[in-house]
Every structure is written in structure tokens, then in C-alpha cells.
Design a protein around this ligand. Structure first.
Ligand SMILES: C[S@@+](CC[C@H](N)C(=O)[O-])C[C@H]1O[C@@H](n2cnc3c(N)ncnc32)[C@H](O)[C@@H]1O
Length: 308
């Protein structure tokens, strides 16, 4: 199901219908929109951001069959996620519950996780981009997809058995506030899986470097300005951190540039690059921080106990 047209008038009967047929994601979504509509000054959606993702990023992908097929392969990004996040996580604990994916995009994660028929949970992807959601639904029709601004998440707190926030925070105006709201959606003991690009020296952030060299007119959100320390400390206020992994050494970044799209489609090459990456971070990166990572993977368990 795709709940996409947030502009149409809201009908109370729909909420009752969704609720009585057990489709709580849909019911919550409409209820939240109703609440926003009742406010004298409802929050505006980030239009620029929406146009960017809808018009530039996902429109291309929708048209491009080859890109969709590439996403089906055991590519570099998804391999790392399996290695650090999804693989070691006991997904049987999600059965009968919701898995909320904050900023699900065009559904790379849905493609691997949204199979309620076999795994018994309900995958709900939330994103601003209607094109992205359409793409996700096309590839993984068993998931539910909600078009919403994650700065106003349309779900009840304490409603997800697993919460995924993968590569979304650095696109937001106030990542801390969104992360805290998102963490609140997780039930006690729910699993929290986070992946985020983290701060690295200007010389190793290609976007920061491009701006310095005058190739980019304005600041890019890809300049990796979220520090690992800040991210971990926000997570630790709401959850117990189980495991942290770092990724994206300069060696890997160079290889990705060099090998290009072959890396997303060739699984043997992917294994070699992931191994090199891991090795560099644990050896050189340990002694010379400049060889450290550009991304972090965090597995945590939601806990409502006060932080120590
Ligand atoms: C880098 S993509 C990550 C997509 C997906 N999680 C993945 O890892 O493949 C960032 C996503 O955040 C979404 N996004 C950015 N700002 C948003 C907002 N304010 N509300 C909802 N989604 C937003 C974009 O549409 C995009 O799909």
C-alpha cells in the first residue's frame, strides 16, 4: 500500500476503516495529517528537498531500468549493511510487528527486508519523495509506504519493533531532533539500526573538497559534518548501544572512484573492497586517524531507562 497523496481532504471514515481492518500504519498516518490540518499554522514541507529527490534523483531511477536492476544485485552498500546490521540482527523478534524505515528512499532496504509473507513482520517505509516510494513499491509491493516529512513523523510513539535510519540524517535541517523523535517510535527492547556518514577531514570529503576548489557553489549535506561522537551520544540517551562498526576508509573511497559501478554489481570485487576497508580501518586507521572511517553502523536496543 502507498499512502502518497497527503494533499487530498482527510475523511474520518478512512481512519476508522484502516483501524478496523488492522492497518494501523495507515490509520496513524491519516490521523497525524488530520492533526496537522487542524493546526492554524501547519508545518510546511521542505519543498526544495522534495523537488530535489523527486525531480532529480528518483525520477532518473524510475526511468532507468538498468539502475533498478543494479540495485537488485548484491552491491557494495547492501553487502556492508548485511555484514554489520541486518545479518547479526535476530529478525524473528520482529514477527507480528512493524519495522519502520525512516527515509526509506527508493527501497534498497525494502528489497531485502520487506517480505512480510516469509518473515512475518510489517515493513513501513517513510520518505518525502513520492517517486522514491513508487519505485520502492514497484520493487517490493509487500511493504507499506508513507509519504511524510520525517521532521513530523506520523506514527505513535512506542509502535515499532525495529527502527531503521539509514543514510537519512545528514539530509535534515535538525538531525538531532529527528533522531530523538524516531527513537521514540521504538518500543522497549526494539532493535535500532543506524547507518550514517560521519565527519572526516576536508581533504577526504570529496564534496567539501569540491566546494573549496570552487566546483560547488553552496555547501553540500554530503560534507560529512555529523560527528560519530555526537551521533552516539544522542543514541545513548534513548538506547543501549550494542555494537558499533566503522566503514569507508580512504582506500575504499579511492577504489570506489576507480572501479565505479562495477563495484555495485560484482560481488567478488565487493568482498575484496570490504575486506581492504576493514583492514585499513583496524590497522592504519587505529594509529593515523586520517585513515579512519567515513561511515558508522550502529546496532542498539531501545531502553527507556534514564541514561547513566
Ligand atoms: C541517501 S537517501 C537514503 C535512502 C535509504 N535509506 C537508503 O539507505 O538507501 C536519503 C533519503 O532521505 C529522504 N529525505 C530527505 N529529507 C527528508 C525529509 N525531510 N523527510 C522525509 N524524507 C527525507 C530522501 O528523499 C532520501 O530518500
Amino acid at each position: 500500500m502507498l499512502l502518497e497523496d497527503w494533499r487530498q481532504p482527510i475523511d474520518m471514515e478512512w481512519i476508522g476503516h484502516w483501524r478496523s481492518s488492522g492497518q494501523h500504519a495507515a490509520a496513524d498516518y491519516w490521523q497525524a495529517r488530520l492533526k496537522l490540518a487542524e493546526k492554524a499554522d501547519p508545518p510546511a514541507w521542505p519543498q526544495e528537498e522534495m523537488t530535489h529527490w523527486d525531480g532529480t534523483v528518483y525520477r532518473e531511477h524510475l526511468r532507468d531500468e538498468a539502475a533498478r536492476n543494479a540495485r537488485r544485485t548484491d552491491g557494495n552498500r547492501m553487502r556492508a549493511r548485511w555484514q554489520y546490521l541486518f545479518g547479526p540482527t535476530d529478525k524473528s523478534r520482529w514477527a507480528g510487528n512493524w519495522v519502520i524505515d525512516v527515509g526509506c528512499g527508493e527501497g534498497e532496504t525494502a528489497l531485502t527486508l520487506a517480505n512480510p509473507a516469509t518473515l512475518g513482520y510489517r515493513y513501513v517505509g517513510v520518505d518525502l519523495s513520492r517517486n522514491g516510494l513508487q519505485c520502492a513499491r514497484q520493487d517490493s509491493p509487500s511493504g507499506d509506504y508513507v509519504q511524510a516529512d520525517v521532521e513530523h513523523l506520523p506514527f505513535r510513539p512506542n509502535s515499532a519493533r525495529a527502527l531503521l535510519v539509514l543514510g537519512t540524517l545528514h539530509h535534515l535541517r535538525d538531525w538531532r531532533a529527528v533522531l530523538v523523535d524516531a527513537l521514540d517510535l521504538a518500543m522497549d527492547d526494539a532493535q535500532i539500526l543506524i547507518y550514517e556518514a560521519i565527519e572526516r577531514p576536508v581533504g577526504l570529503s570529496r564534496f567539501a573538497l569540491a566546494r573549496r576548489l570552487g566546483r560547488l557553489a553552496k555547501e553540500s549535506e554530503h560534507e560529512n559534518r555529523i560527528s560519530a561522537q555526537a551521533l552516539l551520544s544522542v543514541i545513548a540517551t534513548h538506547a543501549e548501544i550494542e555494537h558499533v562498526e566503522y566503514e569507508y576508509s580512504p582506500v575504499r573511497t579511492a577504489l570506489v572512484h576507480f572501479l565505479g559501478s562495477r563495484l555495485t554489481t560484482n560481488s567478488r570485487l565487493t568482498s575484496v573492497v570490504l575486506w581492504l576497508d576493514h583492514f585499513t580501518i583496524r590497522t592504519l586507521g587505529h594509529f593515523v586517524p586520517v585513515f579512519g572511517a567515513g561511515a558508522i553502523f550502529v546496532r542498539a536496543i531501545r531502553s527507556r531507562r534514564a541514561p547513566i
